[in-house]
Design a protein around this ligand. Structure first.
Ligand code: KG4
Length: 345
């Protein structure tokens, strides 16, 4: 007797910051389409994301982007089994656009609505890239708005064991880049400036939190970079910009990598995963490769296209939430902040 394999096609929506994205995934890990429209150019002249501009632009493109995702997948609305949407955390106005679009689509199409936590989505980007990856593992999620060490016990069972007490790592990259005169978003330009720079040119702080070994702080590092740049400007001295960028990257990496490795050790996991926009950073990737090879652990870091915000990762995580029975009604709201382990449905 042949066993019927049930296929779940999910249309997913992501609008938590300055990328509008829609995708179609099949049984989580197979991406049939992925449309991402970045607004970064529109925010660049302001040196950072302007929430109102982000919300307005999401509204203007979201319907067309969802249709483009269906077209790219070669299917129609009738083929969709569920809608997944990022409902938290992020910019509240931006999130509301995606949530309201998803609610309307789910109601019109008569399919379940699955709320997805944005950081859970970033972690799931790795399931798309690496078919062999399964929980449990420790994941460092590093993006523009979040920096957390996550104990991923199962696809929908996870908790944060360490996080930043102030700025996120990506935010710190963006602020350091801005004071160095680099464009927004500053992570990649700063990485390029650091190439060839001496990473011991400047001694920079590595924000420790007393009594919380897995927590961290980036505001002191950010202030140190700002002070060094302003000091040089006031004295009319030439600044070793490449050296400062390289020293900055080193300080960020030396804050993130040892804490993640110590968490893996304590939890007894042989697998380390990195996720989020800052996971694209070559220095952090290289330091993780070294640390994992020295300790005999497997390392998974997504390819660049899956590091930044996208909807395929939301569809992938949405599938596991769907299997776990998560589904929301028309009362679903968006939240600027939300614990990764908070179950509201
Ligand atoms: O995951 P993401 O696209 O959006 C959020 O969910 O926040 O991450 C964006 C962040 C920005 O702060 C950007 O500067 C940073 O990722 N980023 C990088 C690199 N590429 C992007 N940071 C360091 N090095 C990079 N190569």
């Amino acid at each position: 007797m042949e066993c019927e394999v049930y296929i779940v096609k999910i249309l997913s929506i992501e609008s938590s910051c300055d990328e509008t994205a829609a995708a179609v995934t099949e049984n989580g890990r197979t991406v049939l389409s992925s449309q991402v429209l970045s607004q970064a150019d529109m925010h660049a002249i302001y040196g950072g994301v302007v929430p109102e501009i982000a919300s307005r632009n999401h509204i203007m493109v979201i319907s067309r982007l969802a249709q483009a995702a269906l077209d790219e997948a070669g299917i129609t609305k009738k083929d969709i089994d569920a809608i997944a949407v990022t409902y938290a955390p992020g910019l509240i106005g931006a999130l509301l656009v995606g949530v309201n679009f998803a609610k309307g689509a789910a109601m019109a199409m008569g399919v379940p609505l699955i709320p997805v936590h944005h950081v859970r989505g970033h972690i799931a980007a790795n399931y798309i890239a690496f078919p062999e990856l399964e929980p449990p593992f420790v994941c460092l999620a590093i993006s523009g708005g979040n920096t957390a060490i996550v104990d991923v016990r199962g696809y929908t069972d996870m908790s944060i064991i360490g996080s930043t007490h102030d700025d996120a790592a990506g935010e710190c990259f963006d602020k350091a880049a801005r004071v160095l005169g680099l464009p927004y978003p500053g992570g990649l330009p700063l990485q390029r400036l650091a190439e060839g720079g001496d990473d011991s040119a400047f001694a920079l702080p590595h924000g420790k939190i007393q009594g919380h070994p897995y927590d961290m702080s980036f505001s002191g590092l950010k202030t140190a970079v700002v002070n060094i740049v302003h000091n040089a400007q006031q004295k009319g001295e030439e600044l070793d910009r490449a050296g400062l960028a390289a020293s900055f990257q080193r300080a960020v990496s030396e804050t993130l990598v040892p804490r993640t490795m110590a968490a893996a050790e304590e939890l007894g996991y042989d697998t380390v995963v990195v996720a989020g926009g800052v996971a694209a950073n070559t220095r952090i990737r290289a330091d993780f490769e070294r640390a994992c090879s020295e300790s005999g652990r497997r390392l998974f870091v997504p390819p660049l296209r899956l590091c930044g915000d996208n909807a395929a990762m939301i569809g992938c995580q949405g599938y596991y939430e769907y299997l776990a029975g998560a589904s929301a009604g028309m009362e679903l709201n968006a939240y600027a902040n939300m614990d990764i382990d908070h179950v509201v449905f």
